[in-house]
Ligand binder design. Structure first.
Ligand SMILES: Nc1ncnc2c1ncn2[C@@H]1O[C@H](COP(=O)(O)OP(=O)(O)OP(=O)(O)O)[C@@H](O)[C@H]1O
Ligand SMILES: [Mg+2]
Length: 260
């Protein structure tokens, strides 16, 4: 893998990554992808394809899963992330929003947000305040509810909080694991807008989704995983036009079948 010159904006490089859980379950086989600086890259695939596993490998949270073994290289800018822990990833600027939101239900919105800045070492009060202000400007619904217990928020609001909590660490690359899952269409639309806004502010996004329509509308590039291997890769607009993606992930009839 080429080393980036020090003044070049950082990109994520995942190269030939294998992940096995214990001895039996091979979750990823030789998966490679790149997230260029400032880009949105979508990772699509059915249940069990290995999407979450890939995000865990990048964010270091795979180390929290006993028996997981990784091979291959993962690098963000000049920092090697393979085999590192989540704190190393956060310090490098890479933060994951976990699947299923997982906010701290008993803590307030504000306490949840502040927990997102932990692990970064000492940051001045002003920096934390600034990050919080930015997050609350992005999510006015959270701003109205800072004292409320997170467990009482709606599903969409909890998703916003989970994203907001990750943004408190001021990531340069945000890893999003199925942010649209279980949300009503209006809220899915809102989440898509938020992702666009975050990206517009200069944060790259690796977006795992089963909602291929939403993901492909946001992404520059996309990859489709199938049982642990990359099945398709390409510009998002091109993938959205392939028969396999339209049939399997966009729920459309393939062109040749649709002809009357
Ligand atoms: N902690 C674990 N221990 C053992 N096997 C695991 C573990 N986590 C995931 N797996 C297995 O690894 C494979 C990939 O799982 P993963 O969660 O990465 O898929 P996914 O694409 O995110 O699926 P989904 O869309 O359902 O979230 C699956 O076969 C799963 O059962
Ligand atoms: Mg998953």
């Amino acid at each position: 893998m080429p080393e980036a010159p020090p003044d070049e904006p950082p990109a994520l490089h995942v190269e030939n990554v294998d992940v096995t859980y214990g001895r039996a379950v091979s979750a990823l086989r030789s998966v490679s992808l790149t997230v260029p600086h400032g880009a949105v890259v979508a990772l699509l695939g059915a249940n069990g394809a290995g999407k979450t596993t890939l995000l865990r490998a990048v964010s270091g949270t795979l180390r929290l899963h006993r028996g997981a073994i990784t091979a291959g290289r993962i690098r963000y800018g000049g920092t090697a992330l393979d085999g590192r822990d989540p704190v190393a990833a956060v310090r490098a600027g890479v933060v994951q929003v976990p699947e299923g939101r997982r906010v701290f239900a008993g803590l307030s919105v504000d306490e949840n947000l502040r927990s997102g800045g932990l692990g970064l070492g000492r940051r001045g009060r002003a920096q934390v305040q600034e990050a919080r202000d930015r997050v609350l400007a992005l999510f006015p619904r959270l701003a109205e509810r800072t004292g409320q217990a997170a467990g009482l928020l709606s599903g969409g609001e909890q998703q916003m909080l989970a994203i907001g909590r990750a943004l408190m660490a001021a990531p340069r690359l945000l890893l999003l694991d199925e942010p649209s899952l279980g949300l009503a269409p209006r809220m899915v639309h809102r989440i898509a807008e938020v992702i666009r806004e975050i990206n517009g502010q200069g944060t790259a996004v690796l977006l795992v989704e089963q909602n291929a329509g939403m993901a492909l509308s946001l992404a520059d590039h996309a990859h489709v995983l199938e049982v642990g291997e990359t099945r398709l890769s390409g510009p998002a607009g091109e993938l959205a036009r392939t028969d396999a993606v339209r049939r399997l992930y966009l729920g459309e009839a393939a062109e040749d079948q649709g002809a009357a």
